[in-house]
Unconditional design. Sequence first.
Length: 228
Amino acid sequence: MGPFAWFKWEALFADLPIFFRGLGYTFLISVAALLVALVLGIIFGLLSETPFKILRAVSRIYVEFFQNTPLLIQVIFLYNGLPLMGVMLSITTIGIVGVGLYTGAYITEVVRAGIGSVSRGQLEAGLSQGFTYTQVMLSIILPQAIRVMLPPLTNQAVNLIKNTSVVAIISGADIMFTAKSWSGYNAYYGPAMVAAGILYFVLCFPLAKLATHLEHKLEAAQEGGANG
């Protein structure tokens, strides 16, 4: 009997609804965490280009901390550390906040690069017309930068989905935890890991293809602009 014996697959097929619930939970965590990450990324991305040094420093500290410490440690801290400070969060909330904070640091860099792709003169022109820094960014700079930002943002969404697997370490009912608990009960690890991989692929592959499509469109637009 090997790790992929047919009777093990039969057991997996019989319990597929369990895995689909894990898929739904992972989707929920991913969407909520992505919203958190986008909000943080836009805020700190704007701060990274502000004229005020202290705000740029705050943005840099956030990025450097979350990019240079493992997500696993961050989630474990939220799970074990916050209760010691009297803050009690559900496992789902910890997953959303943990993955959102981590991904937000990477989206901050995407936003910063997108802003940097727009001519500095447009910011100065907007400020000279009496607009505030925030108004110029939201009304003039970001609408132009979004085209540059979309491909890497889509890639970050793919990474975020895969990173939600860390929630399994705190018993979140995601795909990975479902596969581990199911196979831990019956020792059918082969089919469980294959099923988990397929479900992550189902979530990630369309986004990966979208990112590639957007990158090609951006390259074509840049070439067209250069030729024009």
